[in-house]
Design a binder for this molecule. Structure first.
Ligand code: PEP
Length: 250
């Protein structure tokens, strides 16, 4: 059986100015003498990546972006390329988050193009997938996940350049979570579908669970088969909450 090093990644979304860097500084201090059994990452707004890198100098915490454009450069006002994120100090980038899919009408094909741009820049793409509440109620969850996997994971994806985050849309920021049985079923399905699109690489690819993960439910969720870590929104903003989730792996 393949051994997969888990990852706990924090998505700050559109939160944080310079003052918020107090939190990763605190987190870096808390983790200084800890032998980590997982990768820890913070994805702050792009404006903070370079400064976050400097306040966490010498720490094991990695940095990621929250989105990138599919092009390397060009006339795309307000957008940011994967190369720019890499240049700022990121090692990964989230693509296809449900808030991007909903607010910016991003399609699977666009998500795949962004993931491919991330790979070309030498970044790991954290590709988000997940069903809406209506899709779950309509018994379509697994079908939706299959479609998103086929459409959003580009050719050339490997276990080292790709992480998949299963984030049921209805669980994001709501305090609701699927049952462990539902998480197990979704992750087993994702694992099987990854084998179809990634071949052998699918077995070693990390599948994160995301959606209202907090210190009180992290150990239970992280203990589910094929859950290789967490993508955390709200609870990643405060070091004390985030470490409570990371503790699932200490
Ligand atoms: C997210 O935005 O990816 C997320 C999982 O948010 P939350 O943890 O707040 O539900």
């Amino acid at each position: 059986m393949t051994s997969i090093r888990p990852m706990v990644a924090g998505n700050w979304k559109m939160n944080g100015t310079t003052a918020a860097l107090r939190e990763p500084r605190l987190l870096a201090g808390m983790l200084r003498d800890v032998k980590l059994k997982c990768d820890v990452m913070i994805c702050p707004p792009a404006t903070l990546i370079r400064r976050a890198k400097s306040v966490m100098k010498g720490s094991k915490i990695k940095l990621g972006g929250q989105d990138c454009h599919a092009a390397v450069s060009g006339a795309h006002t307000g957008d940011i390329s994967a190369d720019m994120l890499k240049d700022a100090g990121a090692t990964s980038v989230i693509v296809g988050h449900s808030e991007r899919r909903t607010n910016h009408k991003e399609t699977d094909a666009q998500v795949a193009a962004k993931a491919q741009a991330a790979h070309k820049a030498g970044l790991t793409a954290i590709i988000c997938i997940g069903e809406t509440l209506d899709e779950r109620k309509g018994g379509k969850t697994l079908e939706v996940l299959t479609g998103q996997i086929k459409g959003s994971i580009p050719a050339g994806s490997t276990a080292s350049n790709t992480v998949v985050a299963y984030e049921p849309v209805w669980a994001i920021g709501t305090g609701l979570t699927p049952t462990t049985k539902e998480v197990e079923e979704a992750h087993a399905h994702i694992r099987a579908e990854l084998a179809k699109v990634m071949g052998e690489e699918g077995a070693g690819t990390r599948i994160l669970y995301g959606g209202s993960v907090k210190p009180s439910n992290a150990a239970e969720l992280m203990g589910v088969a094929n859950v290789n870590g967490a993508l955390v929104g709200g609870a990643s903003l405060k070091a004390v909450d985030f470490i409570g989730i990371i503790k699932a792996y200490l």
